[in-house]
Design a binder for this molecule. Structure first.
Ligand code: BG6
Length: 461
């Protein structure tokens, strides 16, 4: 789960305004997320992050439900502006520290490991407005202070950390991914790659701090994963798929191998981008312990996308793959793609992997008897577990799997509640109405059995 999609309580406990609080549900959402339109809070818009699923007030009951399912690891993120409301305070906000301390203690009391993302599409608006956010090198210092505060206060409970959720998303959704907006005078690509670089430096410094402050913990990196298939055997399509893969994955080269891959030099030169990287070469050598990724779908690359029907999966637009079925939201369903992605990432980086997001966003129906028969979700998960099992048999070391989002939460792309990922239903609609009551779906019992058997015998079920 992610703080911005679940906690709500956006103005409680001393929390400051975050970029995500300015992203409404509805027609203005996309342009604001992309950074093409500035957002100011308005009474006529509905902002899903303000209330989320009210996890802030309900975490004890929610964690108890997850423990009942046998969950061994809980993933969430820390809202940066709950710890440093403006982003540049001298000392952290005690109410924020207390909240996460109690949340993490609750998880540990239920014998759950914690995997915590420091920034999941989240940056205090104080940093965006007063420092220009990730456009400014100074933001690295503010982030490192936040990261070190988290390691110091929460290091006793958390064994797995991720500096940024899907760091590569900043290139595709700049305001939600990194609080970036653009004005007409700016070279957008230069801004994006410079900001991405500062995030990579911040990540490397967080790795150094984590290893020093809480040495028993492991710290990884994370991208929005999913291999890029060539649309055809036309070499132009193969070359396109190779380049798409590179743009998506160079982040991991930096975080796991400690340097930009050779082709980024030529890439920056070809685009005329002069990115301020040189002085950071030493710090980038602080590399991660594991490579995490989200997997929802593979992508399909074609040299000329205007020739074919497009498909928009998790943020990245690609060609529609004629061999694959799609979810209710048009994301392709490709279990074998998970095995392929696991193998490709491991072959390239040779670090243990962690699948930290995977699941089906679907329309669930509450039957008259109150049950939710989500057999399609069971089917999706079963196929993906088989693929992971095959990947493990191929020899890929996999530290763990975390399903997204276990409890229904606000969709990051659309802001809807009706795009449901959970095995636990939350009574809330797209306009924010509902009792917020939690209800177990059919998949809960199935997943409980999978966990009990450690997933290994899943093919026998
Ligand atoms: C990932 C994000 O990109 O995909 C999550 O890390 C997000 O925050 C998930 O919720 C699913 O995407 P969506 O848009 O369906 O919520």
């Amino acid at each position: 789960m992610a703080a911005n999609q679940t906690e709500g309580a956006w103005d409680l406990g001393g929390r400051g305004l975050s970029n995500i609080d300015l992203i409404p549900h509805g027609p203005n959402r996309q342009e604001i997320k992309l950074g093409n339109k500035q957002s100011k809070l308005s009474d006529t818009e509905y902002y899903p992050s303000h209330t989320g699923i009210d996890f802030y007030h309900r975490y004890k009951e929610d964690i108890a439900l997850l423990a009942e399912m046998g969950l061994k690891v809980f993933r969430t993120s820390i809202s940066w502006s709950r710890i440093y409301p403006n982003g540049d305070e001298e000392t952290p906000n005690q109410a924020g520290i207390d909240y996460y301390t109690d949340l993490f203690k609750t998880c540990r009391a239920h014998n759950m490991e914690l995997l915590v993302t420091l920034a999941h599409f989240d940056i205090p608006m104080g940093i965006v407005e007063q420092y220009n956010g990730w456009k400014n090198r100074e933001t690295i210092n503010l982030y490192v202070k936040f990261a070190e505060t988290c390691f110091e206060y929460f290091g006793a409970y958390v064994n797995y950390w991720i500096p940024f959720n899907e760091i590569n998303v900043v290139l595709h959704s700049p305001f939600s991914g990194g609080g970036l907006t653009f004005d007409e005078t700016e070279n957008k690509e230069a801004v994006l790659y410079q900001a991405a670089h500062y995030m990579l430096v911040a990540s490397a410094r967080a790795v150094e701090s984590c290893h020093r402050i809480t040495p028993q913990a492991k710290i990884g990196c994370m991208i929005a994963g999913g291999s890029f298939y060539p649309y055809s055997c036309n070499p132009e399509d193969v070359w396109q798929s190779m380049n798409d893969e590179r743009t998506n994955t160079f982040f991991v080269d930096v975080q796991a191998k400690g340097k930009y891959p050779y082709y980024m030099d030529a890439f920056f030169k070809a685009k005329g981008l002069n990115i301020d990287i040189e002085s950071d070469k030493e710090i980038l050598k602080e590399t991660v312990d594991f490579v995490a990724f989200s997997y929802y779908a593979s992508r399909t690359s074609i040299a000329d996308i205007s020739r074919v029907e497009k498909n928009e999966g998790n943020i990245i637009v690609s060609a529609k793959n004629p061999y694959l079925k799609m979810s209710d939201w048009g994301w392709v369903i490709d279990p074998l793609g998970l095995r392929i992605t696991m193998n490709q990432i491991y072959e390239r980086f040779e670090k243990p992997l962690f699948v930290v997001e995977n699941g089906l966003g679907a329309k669930d129906v509450v039957e008259v008897d109150g049950t939710i028969q989500d057999d399609y979700r069971i089917d999706y998960m079963q196929q993906h577990f088989q693929a992971m099992y095959d990947g493990i048999k191929d020899g890929v070391p996999l530290l763990g799997y975390i399903s997204w989002g276990i409890i229904d939460l606000v969709s990051a792309s659309t802001g809807e509640m009706s795009k449901r990922y959970g095995m636990i239903y939350v009574d809330k609609d797209n306009a924010g109405n509902g009792t917020l009551e939690r209800k177990k779906k059919k998949s809960v019992d199935w997943y409980k059995q999978v966990i009990q058997r450690n997933g290994i015998e899943i093919q026998l079920i």
